[in-house]
Design a protein around this ligand. Structure first.
Ligand code: C5P
Length: 243
């Protein structure tokens, strides 16, 4: 088999050149990192679970008209996605105070927010992904005002969809991160959801027990990460409930 051209290797995924024009193959690794890669481990099966869960969320988003890069799953660890020009920002939506916001603002983890709050972080490992404002984004040309409006609209739609889905299986969507990319269609360009949506990029709390079912299990050594992800996948019906 011909060796595929690797386009990019990140902490949890690899992108290879795709089989068709304007496509990429997204490969999900088992690597888990936290605190800007200061903490690292290989968690067997995590890539398989995230490939399946990202497929599930992206397919559901397509069904309700939220554009995203997912085309089809190829195998246990790989999916075919549309090539995008990634916007160098992480878009975080928060429903409940947790993580860096709770720390920054001295809030108790678990405080319900009066409305979803959107934050932007610059994708820059060397700087530890600093939070940036819309002023920075426009002044430094990372994206336009229209792009910002579109990113906010996409993020809120993803929040509505994911919150409802999770609530239905007894899980609170505390916060999450998405990445957004630009695609060109003739004379037009638009923004679509890219990267992945999985328990690696969300905070998910069991509503009854408060148990954490996301990457915080790894970040703060709260138990078995793959067991937590499997629980989410089972509840959503991504994996069979028994077995
Ligand atoms: O750490 P912080 O509280 O800012 O994270 C907010 C949300 O964004 C969490 O769900 C976290 O998992 C996600 N996130 C991410 N990738 C990053 C930073 C945060 O998926 N580089």
């Amino acid at each position: 088999m011909a060796r595929r051209r690797m386009i990019y290797e990140g902490k949890a995924k690899i992108l290879y050149e795709g089989p068709e024009p304007d496509t990429l193959i997204q490969y999900f690794k088992d690597d888990a990192t936290a605190f800007n890669a200061e903490k690292h481990a290989v968690i067997e099966g995590k890539g398989v679970l995230n490939n399946r869960m990202s497929e599930f969320f992206m397919t559901g988003l397509s069904q309700i008209g939220v554009p995203n890069h997912f085309i089809r799953r190829l195998n246990m660890r790989e999916q075919l996605v549309r090539m995008v020009e990634i916007i160098p920002l992480e878009v975080v939506v928060r429903n409940v105070a947790a993580g860096s916001m709770a720390k920054r603002l001295g809030m108790n983890e678990g405080t319900e927010l009066p409305r979803p709050i959107i934050e932007f972080y610059l994708k820059d490992d060397a700087l530890g992904d600093p939070m940036v404002t819309e002023e920075h984004i426009i002044a430094f040309n990372w994206a336009s005002q229209q792009d910002i409006d579109d990113m906010i609209a996409l993020a809120l739609r993803v929040n509505d969809y994911m919150s409802g889905l999770m609530y239905g299986v007894g899980i609170k969507l505390v916060d999450f991160k998405i990445e957004v990319g630009r695609v060109f269609e003739g004379d037009f360009q638009r923004l679509i959801v890219a990267d992945e949506i999985s328990p690696d990029s969300c905070r998910l709390w069991d509503i009854q027990s408060g148990r954490k079912l996301d990457k915080d299990v790894f970040r703060h050594e709260l138990g078995d990460l793959s067991e937590a992800y499997t629980e989410v996948a089972r509840r959503l019906g991504v994996l069979p409930r028994n077995g």
